[in-house]
Design a protein around this ligand. Structure first.
Ligand code: BES
Ligand code: MN
Ligand code: ZN
Length: 514
């Protein structure tokens, strides 16, 4: 699929269908809608005056236009409600464009022109629209052979009248890169455990590294042994598939490249199937535990985009990957293991495995120079009880880092809600036999899991995202299929982008002062 920007007049756009945003309670007697109404021989006025469309977010009205007397090239028109004009932002644009692309694909339209109509930075708007349309066209039906969605769009044009053509072109490309990164993560998350073992995950990482130019190191179990990663190795012990620790690094080149004094690392849980181990999970919904590697897939997706967007700062991506299965060799409740950091852990429940593999991955990230860590994991069922599928939980030790992640997410329409991490919670993970235990009891499950990770992050700047409630959608939205959501990929990419912009404006300030 081709995706492009256009600064020309929307009436002249060459596409089978035109999709146009309509604000809440907007009338057809001024501005863009008036123009569109005149060009369509009164269709827009009729749709609005009949109150078929009130501009409420997500509303759609779709019409075919007659070929005589019409002032626009497209023969089909889709009007999409986007809510209040004052609340319509980058995230709204992404959803509007997604709704347009997904809806029109369903009508077998091959070429689409999207008019998002947001005010503000044309480049940001065009990128958001491109990203939203790419994301909307993902479906989780990879292994279906019948009744599969076979229709596809060949070309999408994002229209921002009067903008700079070259800038729009770059933005459409940027949006495509980000959208494809999100879909890459979703595709990995969606893969059955049999097709996405730790070795498969490492291979996907090697593929990205080769295609987009990242350095990569994959530690096998022998090297984990040398590093003393007893926590990570205790999880893979029950499985026939060997664990892998994927370590990727993006290093900028060129004049703008910045020093790594404050090296940023993304760390993601890569459990390719979580049966619970000896503490076996109940059968109901266990098939979903193929998505327990989504945190790792999120890191790979973000690294894939970063390699293409080439920001001037270095980024590390670390993904511990393992299966969690029961067998005669598996770790048992009551066992004590020694983590890379030297801390000893009593295993109370082998189903609390994510925190074990992350403990060693965080220690390793620190060893190779990370100064700031953002980890993400489908870590606890408890987070769904606390926050449902709307907000992702965020906890950590550095409030400035947490605030920055929340702000990065807000801009791209991904919601984070901070949970507390007072030191009192650490009492719940004290062990009678070892330094700590891997389960903190019934109370505050998401918090005590984070309190466990904090023991390994120690004094580093650290934030933790529990994506267990938000990484998988039970229902489809007009702009997104059900299944894997790719949550946090856009936030991480935007986080890096904001870092770069902050540094640039700081430099400018320094230059002015000096
Ligand atoms: N992968 C699960 C958490 C999970 C549950 C993710 C449901 C997505 C949906 C994690 O490894 C786990 O099993 N956590 C346990 C921890 C408990 C044993 C302390 C849980 O949440 O029940
Ligand atoms: Mn588990
Ligand atoms: Zn798990």
């Amino acid at each position: 699929m081709e995706i492009q920007g256009s600064a020309g007049r929307f009436a002249e756009l060459d596409a089978q269908a035109l999709a146009v945003a309509v604000f809440k309670d907007e009338k057809a007697d001024e501005g863009v809608l008036k123009e569109l109404d005149q060009a369509t021989g009164g269709v827009v006025r009729s749709v609005i005056e009949s109150e078929e469309l009130k501009g409420k977010e997500g509303e759609t009205v779709y019409v075919h236009l007659s070929s005589d007397g019409s002032g626009i090239k497209a023969r089909r028109l889709l009007l999409i409600g986007v809510g209040e004009r004052g609340e319509y932002n980058r995230a709204g644009v992404s959803q509007m464009a997604g709704t347009a692309a997904r809806f029109l694909r369903g009508k077998n339209v091959k070429s689409v022109a999207i008019v998002p109509r947001a005010e503000g930075d044309a480049e940001i708007i065009a990128a958001a629209a491109a990203e939203g349309s790419v994301i909307s066209l993902f479906d989780p039906d990879k292994y279906r052979t019948v009744e599969k969605e076979e229709r596809s769009i060949d070309r999408i044009t994002i229209s921002v009248e009067g903008a700079d053509e070259d800038a729009l072109k770059r933005s459409a490309e940027r949006g495509r890169i980000i959208g494809e990164a999100v879909n890459f993560t979703r595709d990995l998350a969606n893969e059955p455990g049999a097709y996405m073992t730790p070795t498969d995950m490492a291979e996907r990482a090697l593929d990205i590294a080769k295609e987009f130019g990242l350095s990569i190191d994959v530690l096998d179990e022998a090297r984990m042994e040398q590093e003393g990663m007893g926590a990570l190795l205790s999880v893979s012990r029950g499985s026939d598939q060997p664990a892998k620790l994927i370590v990727m690094r993006y290093t900028p080149t060129g004049e703008a490249a910045q020093q790594d004094g404050n090296l940023l690392a993304f760390v993601g849980k890569g459990i390719t199937f979580d049966s619970g181990g000896i503490s076996l999970k109940p059968g109901e919904n266990m098939e979903l535990m193929k998505y327990d590697m989504t945190g790792g897939a999120t890191v790979l997706g973000a690294m894939r985009a970063i390699a293409q967007l080439k920001p001037p700062i270095s980024v590390l991506g670390v993904v511990p990957s393992s299966e969690n299965l029961p067998s005669g060799k598996a770790t048992k409740p009551g066992d004590v293991v020694k983590a890379m950091s030297g801390k000893t852990i009593e295993i109370i429940n082998t189903d609390a495995e994510g925190r074990l593999i992350l403990a060693d991955a965080i220690a390793y990230a620190k060893k190779i120079g990370a100064k700031r860590i953002i980890d993400m994991a489908t870590l606890t069922g408890a987070v769904s009880i606390a926050l449902g599928d709307v907000n992702t939980a965020i906890l950590g030790t550095d409030q400035a880092l947490i605030d920055e992640v929340i702000a990065s997410g807000k801009e791209v329409g991904e919601k984070f809600w901070q949970l507390p991490l007072d030191k009192e919670y650490t009492k719940q993970i004290k062990s009678d036999i070892a330094d700590i235990k891997n389960v903190g009891g019934k109370k505050g499950g998401t918090i005590t899991a984070a309190a466990f990770l904090k023991e390994f992050a120690e004094d580093i700047s650290w934030a933790h995202l529990d994506i267990a409630g938000t990484a998988w959608a039970d229902d489809a939205k007009p702009y997104r299929s059900k299944g894997p959501t790719g949550i946090a990929v856009r936030t991480l990419i935007n986080f890096v982008d904001r870092e770069v912009r902050k540094a640039a404006s700081q430099n400018e300030g320094d230059e002015k002062q000096g």
